[in-house]
Design a binder for this molecule. Structure first.
Ligand code: IMP
Length: 438
């Protein structure tokens, strides 16, 4: 039953191009489900030259017959969701209760979460995480506190919502004043009005999404779980504390979507042909030099959500192997291979070394990164344009060798290779995804 579901996750620090891969797979899925993160995600889908940057709405929204679900594990920001829905509708995309459902159990990002995110980052100075400032961490932290959380269902119960917001705002105001010296009044009544209105506008889409998904799974309808961010940003298994605040690997699917672990299905790990990272934190293969600049400009490595320039570097096989093992990845989707064209040589990090092995032996791979020294393997590059290539055998020999070396190092086959933003700019490799991508 579960074998036909698919889970698509990022194996690096996000921005691997998951949106495009989900869009390709969505055609043959009945459901596309966001189960982690929130509007901090930026998934770009390009159709017929039109770019659709999506933050909260699942990447299946551009396909007819696909039911998109924002599940309980998402930090749901109604302001951004409604803006995204309005923009998509203006561009001719149909959105209604038939193709978009929002979990009544998802936690709501409130205005004071965004304020807390900003105040906390400001107070940390050079030690800041470099968050997207969208209130993601504070929203999840209130979820963990429980008594400070607002859930989507609360938006449909005005009287309870009023009481909750008044109580929470009183507590937050005291915390902001004593911790950050912030004493501007927070308008609880205004927030209540605004969020009641969001509840009304979204009401037809708010439902028990877990029940929908469990029933779909039992009936054998294919579900695609769309991961946000990347495994190295996972709250438990990433480069803590420079991570996001949810479980973004395939391990996060059951809890974040309300489905049994067996429903995860086939796991597809999306990897960029090099590495990028936004925000602070360790990045062993970072190239803070001309190579990094080259990758940033050729790969248009500027944040979809924040517009920030991304830090760029070589492919890190140690990090990707760790992430692939963590989520028991079945196959890989390799993106942005075209960006490497024009480089004389291309490096892959195959091993980390440490000045003092004993000092790191008890640490996980991400926690070892700050003191890791990379061992690189150097492969020859290629000059040919590959954007119009549609079969693996037509790729330049050096590009084929690069893909094959990645497969060897990670120990998993590459099923899809993306060589440009358009839907058709894709090469099917091995047999991996042939039964899903048509
Ligand atoms: P937050 O999720 O806004 O709290 O940010 C925590 C860290 O995760 C920061 O380094 C962000 O830049 C990073 N981050 C969050 N979402 C994404 C994403 O979708 N792509 C890449 N980085 C992300």
């Amino acid at each position: 039953m579960s074998a036909q579901n698919i889970t698509v996750i990022g194996l690096q620090w996000g921005d691997e191009g998951k949106g495009k891969i989900v869009d390709l797979l969505a055609r043959n899925c009945r459901y596309v489900v966001r189960y982690c993160g929130g509007a901090n995600a930026g998934h770009t889908v390009t159709v017929a030259g039109e770019r659709y940057p999506l933050h909260l709405i699942p990447s299946g929204i551009l396909h007819k017959g696909v039911h998109n679900i924002v599940a309980n594990g998402v930090a749901f920001d109604p302001v951004i969701a409604l803006k995204e829905i309005d923009t998509l509708r203006e561009r001719g995309v149909t959105i209604n209760a038939e193709n978009l459902s929002i979990s009544s159990s998802a936690n709501v990002v409130m205005p004071y979460h965004k304020l807390a995110d900003r105040l906390s980052e400001q107070s940390l100075g050079s030690g800041k995480i470099g968050t997207t400032a969208l209130g993601i961490g504070p929203c999840y932290s209130d979820k963990a506190v429980r008594t400070l959380a607002i859930r989507v269902a609360d938006l449909l119960a005005p009287e309870t919502l009023k009481e909750k917001i008044a109580r929470i705002v009183e507590i937050k105001s005291k915390i902001f004043k004593s911790v950050f010296g912030y004493d501007e009044p927070i308008d609880a009544e205004g927030i209540w009005w605004e969020y009641c209105d969001y509840g009304k506008r979204l009401s037809e889409m708010i439902t028990d999404t877990g029940a929908i998904l469990r029933s779909a799974w039992q009936k054998g309808e294919r579900i695609c779980f769309e991961g946000g961010q990347g495994s190295m940003l996972d709250i438990d298994h990433g480069t803590f504390p420079y991570v996001t605040s949810s479980s973004v690997t395939a391990c996060g699917v059951p809890a974040g979507a309300g489905v049994p672990p067996k429903a995860v299905g086939r796991v597809i790990g999306v990897i960029k042909a090099y590495t990028s990272r936004v925000g602070a934190g360790p990045f062993p293969t970072e190239q803070d030099n001309q190579i990094g600049q080259y990758l940033r400009e050729h790969g248009k490595e500027y944040g979809t959500t924040t517009g920030r320039p991304r830090r760029c570097g070589w492919f890190d096989a140690v990090a990707v192997k760790y992430a692939a093992d963590l989520s028991c990845v079945d196959e890989l989707a390799l993106t942005l291979l075209d960006v490497l064209g024009g480089l004389e040589t291309i490096k892959i990090c195959t091993e980390y070394r440490f000045d003092d092995d004993k000092a790191v032996q008890h640490l996980s791979i991400p926690m070892r990164m700050p003191s890791a020294k990379c061992v690189y393997e150097e492969l020859p590059g290629w000059d040919e344009r590959i954007e119009d290539v549609r079969s693996f055998s037509d790729l330049p020999a050096n590009a084929r060798a690069y893909v094959q070396r990645i497969e060897e190092l990670i120990g998993k086959p590459v099923g899809l290779i993306s060589i440009g933003p358009q839907r058709e700019q894709v090469i099917k490799h091995n047999t991996g995804l042939d039964d899903i991508v048509v």
